[in-house]
Ligand binder design. Structure first.
Ligand code: FBP
Length: 413
């Protein structure tokens, strides 16, 4: 099948010129119809009728009918395969919201642009001097990778330029970054982000990601943004998403109305809708945990992990939360990062790792709780880099885990 991409009025469409196999198959119904008409004409006793329907007319009927049929068919195929770019999708969905001013759409669009810039660098990481550590450590003591710094800078630059953001909180910055430019005097949003999640995997070419969350500011628009604009519960988030830099690059986000996935098409440089309304399976047979810390987990967590292997669940742990969660989104499963002796309050950061992922998982029909069984989205937050334990994924599997914690857990007392 020959596929020709054409840009008409800025819209990208697919036109398929059907080769012989399809032509015959799709034309078969017509061929049969004409054959029946022909048969009738030949055998019909009524001379008068035969005279008025000549051969040529029959052939004309055939081709004209076929032409109409094919046009209809091609239109249907084009509609079925119409490419919806991220920008189009954002504009269309946000327009449906009352009071939408377009600023939120522009913000999401700019996150898409920053993701493309980072994607370009991630893809050629082995060729340019961007692998390895940067020599500094971040707010929670992790070694910072050069690509962490690059991704952080590119997202801050693009978002600061967008005019829609009044402040950014990032894993790579101790404090939040107030954004004050001529363009963003009335900016309504703050963005929280982990610019490059799974940093420990960068140098070994394993998929990494970006995690982001968006809040409406609480402080008055005229003034600079405040810390309180960031210290909001997950339930206050207006959108969240991640970018997965893997075998292909995907941007998955939700603004409260279901989760959609967009695959970056390098040939046109656009994120195109590839996964509409993602629904996570209610159960699966994957569990994702750093089993290496098994002895450092609390009793109830060890019991639950034993239970997973008793049930022959398959262990999958990439060490990039975005990649592990992406699998669970489509194949079901449970992701656990419990508290350990090294991280008594859990390792993952509540504001820009746990909240955004919990938001997406709940939007896709899953559940996200802490290992103390609280709903992650309702957890109180007191500091930008506050950490939390987390268990999230398919609804039935998290429920099962909960029962284990309740059964074995002294913690609840
Ligand atoms: P970074 O954002 O610094 O990469 O940390 C988060 C993370 O890498 C998650 O993606 C991953 O699930 C976890 O830490 C891996 O931690 P560990 O190596 O302790 O299992």
């Amino acid at each position: 099948m020959k596929i020709i991409r054409v840009k008409i009025n800025n819209k990208i469409s697919n036109f398929k010129f059907l080769d012989s196999y399809y032509w015959i198959n799709l034309n078969l119904p017509f061929l049969i119809l004409v054959f029946i008409i022909k048969l009738n004409i030949v055998f019909l006793p009524n001379i008068k009728f035969r005279r008025c329907i000549s051969q040529t007319q029959v052939i004309f009927l055939f081709f004209y009918g076929d032409f109409l049929y094919l046009r209809l068919l091609t239109k249907c195929i084009a509609i079925m395969n119409k490419i919806v770019t991220l920008d189009e999708f954002i504009i269309r969905t946000e327009k449906e919201k009352p009071h939408s001013s377009g600023s939120f759409s522009r913000l999401l669009r700019d996150i898409g642009i920053a993701a493309k810039i980072v994607n370009r660098e991630v893809n050629k990481a082995g060729l340019v001097n961007i692998l390895g550590v940067d020599g500094s450590t971040n707010s929670t003591g992790d070694d910072v990778q050069k690509l962490d710094v690059f991704a952080n800078e590119k997202f801050i630059e693009t978002l600061s330029y967008s005019g829609e953001v009044c402040g950014i909180a990032s894993e790579e910055n101790q404090d939040f970054i107030p954004v004050q430019t001529d363009k963003n005097k009335l900016a309504q949003y703050v963005v929280v982000m982990d610019p490059l999640d799974g940093s420990s995997n960068i140098d070994v070419n394993v998929s990494v990601g970006t995690i982001f969350g968006i809040y409406r500011r609480k402080s008055p628009a005229e003034g600079p943004c405040q810390l309180d604009d960031f210290l909001q519960k997950g339930t206050e988030m207006v959108a969240a998403g991640y970018v997965l830099y893997g075998t292909s690059t995907l941007l998955v986000y939700s603004s409260g109305n279901g989760v959609n996935g967009f695959t970056l098409d390098p040939s046109i440089g656009e994120f195109c809708l590839s996964h509409r309304n993602i629904q996570m399976p209610v159960a699966g047979n994957y569990y994702s945990v750093n089993q290496g810390y098994y002895l450092k987990f609390d009793l109830e967590m060890r019991r639950y992990i034993d239970h997973c292997s008793d049930l022959n669940y398959r262990l999958r742990y990439i060490g990039s939360m975005v990649s592990d969660i992406h699998r669970i989104m489509f194949q079901g499963g449970i992701f656990l990062y419990p508290n350990t002796r090294k991280y008594p309050k859990g390792k993952l950061r509540l504001l820009y790792e746990c909240y955004p992922m919990a938001y997406l998982i709940e939007q896709a029909g899953g559940t996200a709780i802490t290992c103390k069984l609280e709903r992650v989205m309702e957890m109180d937050i007191h500091a930008l880099h506050q950490t939390s334990s987390i268990a999230m994924g398919s609804r039935d599997m998290v429920k099962d885990m909960k029962e284990f914690v309740e059964k074995y857990g002294a913690v609840i007392q």
